[in-house]
Design a protein around this ligand. Sequence first.
Ligand code: ZN
Length: 560
Amino acid sequence: MHQSVLEPGLPPVPDFDAVAERYRAFERTLAGGSTVAAVETVREWDGLRRELETWSSLTNLRFTQDTRDPAARAARERVDEASAVIKGYDTAVKRRLTVSDARPSISAAIGRHAFDLWQNDLATYDPAIEADLVTEAKLRAEYTQLMAGIEVDFAGERLNLSGLQKFQSDPDRAVRHGAATAQWDAMGERAAELDALFDRLVRLRDGIARTLGFDGFIELGYARMRRMDYDRAAVERYRDGIRAHVVPIAFEIAERAAKRLGIADFSRWDEQFLGLNAPPRPRGDAPWIVHQTIDGFAEIDPRLGDFARMMNRGELLDLVARPGKAGGGYCTSFPTLGVPFVFSNFNGSSGDVEVLMHELGHAFQMYRSRALPSVDYLVPTMETAEVHAMSLEFLAWPLMERFFGDEADAYREQHLASRLVFLPYGVAVDHFQHLVYERPEATPAERHAMWKSVERRYLPWRSYGDLKRPGDGAFWQGQPHIYRSPFYYIDYTLALCCAMQVWVQAGDDPTGTFERYATLCARGGEAPFRTLVTDAGIVEPFDPAALPAIVAKARAALAL
Ligand code: ZN
């Protein structure tokens, strides 16, 4: 029996005069100095933030479910405008709370970490940068629109770049090469715009950082990601660790793949074929995949099975691609309802199973941690959130026979190999951004040279053959995070280093490993990254012992 948890359609827009009045009341009470009243105000403020969060995530969900609906588009624009205003209100409350005499009592009620997060947020915002933030948001949207507007004629179809993606794993090498050529020819036509747009973003971000009193954007970038227990030096050592321990095995994976495929000039367009066989297709449609998932999860742990059943019965899954739906996959949640939602675009490939396990990992965390006492703990920082998601991809390995039958090993090999090869790419993106923001005055040509230097360092197998644009150092222009979310990328690699340890542990002790995973999920973001993973029995990625241990296990699993 299915019963949708969500009301259909767009949620009602909050009364913003009333919202403004509530924020003014919070400020008055906090200025009054009563500890009891301050603790109560924090509780009410938290409740209001949960309401606003539910409204904005439900509005965003409805827009991505049908991007052609003008009402949904207008509602989403309303959310964007409101969030800038709400950020200002929240900043004022945070500023009062961090200097409040009631601080010990509030800490006792909701934990100390919230104060650390608020202190961090205060350093990243000042009314003096408001106009610059609006410009930054516009430039980010310009990148998205520019990329979304690129269309190519290929294989008899008019396609956008995401439509072209499916040809990356075409078994016919000539088709893959043709698709890559079409993509980079089309991006090459917009080369000057892509360079100019990035140049404006880099200079703007550098200016924002200096207005806020930072020496440059790198430090502000870290603060925006709410990183508070590791710094640039730790990240640099981690990248060196990837270079020393992971680049060699990634190189071997690429070499072996080339040999198996009988390709002398293994190129960018062959990189989807890292396993022994082509990635298998799931042996059923979306409802069948969901039912296999529910039954399989119940075998791993009853809590996980009940959770998946709840998601399905509550109609909290929108999985299959359809016209008008936005691309990609993501997980969101509605704090006042206490439920998450998974959105994806199934297309019949092995990626369907992978994305479902990944997003359900995010969802399981959001569900487990829904009752934490501060809205700031519901979604942790990104490197931690990705541990929840990527770990479930690995914890679900024993279920792969359900989806792929006798091709389950082919799925697992491809999954592991592609994750290992991703690690060097992930740190290359991170290293590049450090070089860029260290020298904001660099020319576009100098930035392309910077990318080529990190490619040589971390991706020694990478060849673009006759593709001129990426061969000249432009590959990074297809990576949206570099334009949209600076310094958000190393997070995936830090999380993967943790998730692969969960994979190793689950091989020896599935029950104990799942228990630690479930506890980690229930803690959401109530503590910083290193504390959370260490408490969960994971060696933190900055420990020099972490990478060699997982690489040794992967080497054995891949028979390298
Ligand atoms: Zn994720």
